[in-house]
Write a protein that binds this ligand. Structure first.
Ligand code: NAD
Ligand code: TDX
Length: 335
């Protein structure tokens, strides 16, 4: 099989390419990535020079590049996106361009060549679970996005689904909960907090830390995408998640402090995020139909992630400095 992976130099995309090559070493991958601030060229150095791996620096909004690459492959696995909720609050415009129009551009090329299209989406399209409730999102949950990021992802999901219904394009969609693991940009909660502790800074807890997420190790997400690509039913959506219940940010940071031998004096409570959601995902459908379930427990996954960031300091030092500059700017706008 020959895949076009978009956004393959970001967090989940690069983990996916590593996973795919370890499971299917004879397949070929073209990675189309614009190399925004979120991409890290070091993520995929092990594949440079391999005959079955090609990196193309380019924008999914570029019709010519997209047409040329889509024509060459069997399937498109679409990760490329602006992915950071806080940045979408700071400036939504790029989110609309990349996440909505970029997806549209890929869909038009996929339609022209009738190519299999898997769209990577998020549980954030479903909105928020009420504090104190043990509800879970599933494939039938109505869309109700809260941030410009989740609204742009929701729009892209609708476009993908419409290309299946209207044009019969062979699509699948997955809506996954919060991922964590190696190669995640230090702007995101888990790597930001680990690297803060490693540099003697405090963990910044938004609000009182009561909001919750359904954390999933990135390798478990990549296995789920693989199963959907190989055996998923065309036209279907699959929800993917971890514990089927939320872990509050306080529970998360307390576990992190324990694993890193620190105490609660390392916490700093900061202004809350506007429209701050809560998530939990029911993944019974993908379990029943494709036999998927997570392999990592949260504690083993978090320990592995802490070990990775502790060992790979040179991977994150530069991007961390940039991420903290961004937060400084965002906080000054709040004041
Ligand atoms: P990321 O920000 O780490 O990586 C995104 C990648 O896309 C980067 O390499 C970037 O350079 C590339 N990119 C951005 N705009 C582009 C464009 N216009 N053209 C080509 N490439 C472009 O994101 P991630 O966390 O790896 O997320 C990947 C996908 O998974 C996204 O679609 C996101 O919505 C979805 N998702 C993420 C999570 C999560 O917890 N991180 C959970 C569920 C779904
Ligand atoms: O410093 C922080 N302190 C804090 O309390 C940061 C960066 C975040 N938080 C909180 C906000 C959230 O409740 O932690 C939680 C996780 O925040 P993020 O890491 O920014 O992730 P989130 O907004 O949940 O979105 C992520 O998961 C779903 C990804 O960035 C999205 O791309 C994905 O769709």
């Amino acid at each position: 099989m020959k895949l076009l992976v978009t956004g393959g130099s970001g967090f989940i995309g690069s983990n996916f390419i590593k996973h795919w090559f370890s499971a299917h070493p004879d397949d070929s991958i073209i990675n189309l990535d614009k190399m925004t601030y979120a991409a890290n060229p070091r993520n995929l150095t092990e594949f440079e020079g391999k005959s079955n791996y090609q990196f193309v620096k380019g924008d999914i909004l570029d019709e010519k590049i997209v047409d040329e690459l889509v024509s060459q492959v069997d399937a498109i696995v679409h990760f490329a996106a602006e992915s950071h909720v806080d940045r979408s609050i700071d400036d939504p415009s790029l989110f609309v361009r990349t996440n909505v129009l970029g997806t549209y551009n890929l869909l038009m090329a996929a339609k022209k060549y009738n190519k299999r299209f898997h769209h990577i989406s998020t549980d954030e399209v479903f909105g928020s679970i009420e504090m104190g409730s043990d509800d879970q999102f599933n494939e039938s949950t109505p869309y109700d996005p809260s941030s410009p990021y989740s609204a742009s992802k929701a729009s892209s999901d609708h476009l993908v689904r419409s290309f299946y219904k209207t044009f019969g394009l062979p699509v699948t969609i997955s809506n996954c909960s919060n991922n964590y693991g190696p190669y995640q940009h230090p702007e995101k909660m888990i790597p930001r907090s680990i690297t803060n502790l490693l540099t003697d800074q405090k963990i910044k807890v938004y609000g009182q830390g009561l909001n919750f997420r359904d954390w999933l190790h990135v390798e478990d997400h990549c296995r789920a995408i693989e199963l959907i690509l190989l055996n998923g039913k065309i036209g279907q959506t699959y929800c993917i998640g971890g514990l089927k219940k939320g872990t509050s940010n306080m529970e998360l940071v307390k576990l992190m402090l324990k694993l890193m031998g620190k105490d609660e004096s390392c916490l700093e409570y900061v202004a809350d995020r506007p429209a701050h959601d809560n998530y939990a995902v029911n993944w019974d459908k993908i379990n029943r139909e494709l036999g998927w379930e997570p392999k990592y427990t949260f504690e083993t996954g978090l320990q592995q992630t802490i070990d990775w960031y502790t060992t790979n300091t040179s991977w994150w030092q530069e991007t961390k400095a940039e991420a903290e500059e961004f937060y400084k700017k965002l906080n000054s706008l709040k004041k």
